[in-house]
Ligand binder design. Structure first.
Ligand code: SIN
Length: 289
């Protein structure tokens, strides 16, 4: 079988200036990766959290195969998968859609699950000529920038996560009146809650990271709404400051792989009148600690 790397050490990893995010070249992800190349990709992913692989016009089958090389598929609730591809979501917004674009709020994917996905992979199929960037915030760097006193305050806290604001029976999608191409499944299941450490430790790097988001975090265990809202508001403003944010600009046939354990992301709009089509998979993760 032909493999993805013709010669050893052909991979180049070019970090973004802050070190958060990197671009990876020298691989053909449409073929199986040799073990050493896969190890290099995983090491770069642990180090930079958001990896962009330009010029990878992968078929859905190749996207599935590369995802499974990283790890087993995660479970994607509340969105109908692509026909014949139960682990691939199509994030599609037609040129005439007026509904808010999918993912337009800071979040870490499916953080309301007991074992949220470690990775999300997103491959661009159709990229609009304007807008449609994806923003990522470095939640490890944001944590490390807090004072030791504030870190100590956060250390014992557990945040309560739920999908209710988005996918619940009274959530944003349930109340939507505009046409949406993506098939969203509103469900009472979305109102379930799941507590996770507010600061989680990355299983590979050992770095601590803030693990909260305005889309899925509903409060802090043992605190009043006012108390937790004040802390969370501060954290959201803190972690999404420019110094912690990488803005990803898409080109067609690009694959992005991010680490949900130490980042949050935000899908920017600004492309009304243009089609945008992306294909997304997730890799299963572990219970946050
Ligand atoms: C998401 O997975 O939240 C969507 C990201 C994007 O479409 O840019």
């Amino acid at each position: 079988m032909r493999q993805a790397l013709a010669e050893p050490h052909a991979i180049t990893v070019t970090p973004q200036p802050s070190g958060f995010g990197a671009e990876v070249r020298g691989l053909d992800l449409s073929r199986p990766l040799p073990d050493e190349a896969l190890a290099e990709v995983k090491a770069a992913w642990a180090r930079h959290a958001v990896l962009a692989f330009p010029d990878q016009p992968l078929s859905l089958e190749a996207l599935e195969a590369f995802t499974q090389a990283i790890g087993p598929f995660g479970h994607d609730p509340f969105i109908a998968p692509m026909p014949g591809h139960p682990n691939v979501l199509e994030l599609r917004r037609e040129a005439d859609e007026k509904a808010t674009n999918f993912g337009a709020g800071w979040h870490s994917d499916w953080s309301f699950q007991a074992e949220p996905p470690a990775a999300t992979l997103l491959r661009s199929q159709v990229v609009p000529p304007v807008g449609g960037d994806t923003l990522f915030a470095d939640c490890a760097a944001a944590y490390e920038a807090l004072t030791p006193a504030f870190q100590a305050l956060l250390a014992p806290l557990k945040a309560v996560h739920s999908a209710s604001l988005a996918y619940g029976t009274k959530g944003v999608f349930a109340r939507e009146t505009e046409k949406r191409t993506m098939k969203i499944i509103v469900s009472p299941e979305a109102d379930k809650t799941q507590a996770h450490p507010l600061v989680r430790t990355h299983p590979i790097t050992g770095r601590k990271a803030l693990y909260v988001s305005p889309v899925y975090t509903r409060g802090i265990e043992g605190m009043t709404h006012a108390e937790s809202a004040a802390i969370l508001k501060f954290l959201y403003e803190h972690m999404t400051q420019d110094q912690f944010v990488y803005r990803h600009k898409w080109r067609p046939g690009m694959l992005l792989m991010w680490d949900n354990r130490c980042t949050v992301h935000f899908a920017e709009g600004g492309y009304d009148g243009h089609l945008r089509v992306m294909h997304r998979t997730t890799v299963a993760g572990e219970r946050p600690v």
